[in-house]
Ligand binder design. Structure first.
Ligand code: F6R
Length: 363
């Protein structure tokens, strides 16, 4: 039931603080601020983590790649299932393979998992549907607790995937001796604080809704981000495409000069994910480059970023500041709300966008 929401997607966006809280609680001990060990999962001897999924699930994997690298010094390869399964992939001794799927029924992801299993690789399934084929066939299930997701465009399943992946990256960091007790406690405490921060991020909805009109009339939109916010830019663009039918592209901000800057013309919406982190000045210079060519810049940032950008970006949305693991969750809710309100403004069928199915059980 939609309750007092207009669409399931809106309801599911608003449910996210609760669902990410549930998901994190499953993985952590909130009294000790530690991640639970998972029986049968040991990152100590892993040489590589191979992550496979489709669409939004694959983008969750791309974001987590930054975390496994930085917290656990674990090399990660992320690939979309439809490519992975047909390229005769190379497996290495010590590989662990992780398959991400909300439905647990996506045909390409399932076949990719069967391929890894046949090669003798341990298969983990990060799924939202406990009684699904992928869950049944995996060597180990790591759940997301998002509850049923009805809207075709994935929202709460995505942020729950990120929450679970963050917990797994902390676990890997501990297993591999790269996080000490205090560092682990700091990461876990930040994950436990994420629901409260996300409630505040979602309070920016009215402000975000006001930006929708300026985007709805334009045929193409560019999303920019760096670091883990680059794959989030890809996800943001996918969300806008799916439900508003506006062409959108996500780019790594550092790639701007290698091509996409040629697209910039007067009035083109460019949405920049710009947290005030170590790379902020680089992102800020991307904002200046597109703004000076007439782009209509919308910067999604945090309080420090907002003061630094005052007068530079045409529009600034200020979200609470999060941690290395949680701020991407806050930005995710903002880009979902933006796509949602553009679609509502355009009057599309938000929960059932044309040509799309919730579960892709055929190739
Ligand atoms: C995007 C979206 C799709 C799915 C993809 C994988 O909003 O929903 O890109 O993420 O089809 O589906 P699952 O996770 O069920 O394997």
């Amino acid at each position: 039931e939609k309750g007092n929401h207009r669409h399931f997607m809106e309801k599911e966006i608003h449910e996210q603080p609760e669902m990410i809280g549930r998901t994190v609680s499953h993985y952590v001990d909130a009294f000790e601020n530690r991640v639970h060990d998972i029986s049968g999962l040991d990152f100590r001897g892993a040489s590589r983590l191979v992550i496979v999924g489709c669409g939004t699930a694959a983008y969750a994997g791309e974001i987590a790649r930054y975390w496994f690298g930085s917290l656990a010094r674990l090399a990660v390869e992320v690939e979309i299932a439809s490519e992975f399964r047909y390229r005769d992939p190379v497996f290495l001794p010590g590989d662990i393979a992780l398959f991400i799927s909300q439905s647990g029924e996506t045909a390409d992801t399932l076949e990719a998992m069967r391929l890894a299993a046949a090669a003798g690789v341990q298969t983990l399934a990060l799924v939202n549907t406990a009684h699904s084929t992928i869950a049944r066939e995996a060597s180990l299930v790591v759940p997301t607790l998002a509850g049923p997701e009805i809207g075709v465009a994935s929202t709460k399943a995505f942020t729950c995937q990120l929450s679970a992946l963050a917990c797994l990256a902390v676990l890997a960091g501990r297993h591999r001796g790269h996080l000490d007790r205090a560092q682990e406690a700091g990461h876990v405490a930040s994950l436990l604080a994420a629901p409260g921060l996300m409630v505040r991020a979602i309070e920016s909805e009215d402000e975000i809704e006001k930006l929708a009109q300026g985007i709805a009339g334009y045929p193409t939109v560019l999303y920019l981000g760096r670091n883990q916010y680059f794959p989030l830019a890809l996800e943001a663009a996918l969300k806008l495409k799916e439900i508003s039918y506006i062409h959108a592209e996500g780019y790594a901000a550092g790639e701007l000069k290698h091509g996409p800057i040629a697209l910039i013309e007067e009035g083109m919406p460019v949405i920049v994910i710009a947290p005030h982190d170590a790379l902020f000045d680089k992102t800020r210079s991307s904002i200046q480059q597109v703004a000076s060519r007439g782009a209509h810049v919308i910067a999604l940032t945090d309080p420090d970023g907002a003061s630094a950008l005052a007068g530079e970006a045409a529009r600034i949305v200020t979200l609470p500041s999060g941690s290395q693991l949680t701020s991407v969750l806050l930005f995710a809710s903002a880009v979902q709300l933006l796509a949602y309100h553009v679609a509502v403004y355009k009057g599309t069928d938000v929960d059932q966008p044309r040509n799309l199915a919730k579960s892709v059980t055929v190739e």
